[in-house]
Design a protein around this ligand. Structure first.
Ligand code: ZN
Length: 56
């Protein structure tokens, strides 16, 4: 999605060049935002954010 960078910058942290994960406390939904065709390792990284929060 074209504005992924903007959405990621608005999130609480978890900044990567290609993706980020945004945890919505109100709805209990973790949203992973990536640029198109992100590699699986990037997706896995963001999924881990959903389960573990900040692990860096
Ligand atoms: Zn990360």
């Amino acid at each position: 999605m074209a504005n992924s960078r903007l959405l990621c910058d608005l999130s609480t942290g978890a900044r990567m060049s290609q993706a980020c994960a945004v945890w919505n406390v109100k709805t209990n939904v973790c949203t992973i935002i990536t640029e198109p065709h992100a590699p699986y390792e990037v997706l896995g990284h963001e999924v881990r954010h959903c389960f573990e929060g900040h692990f860096h």
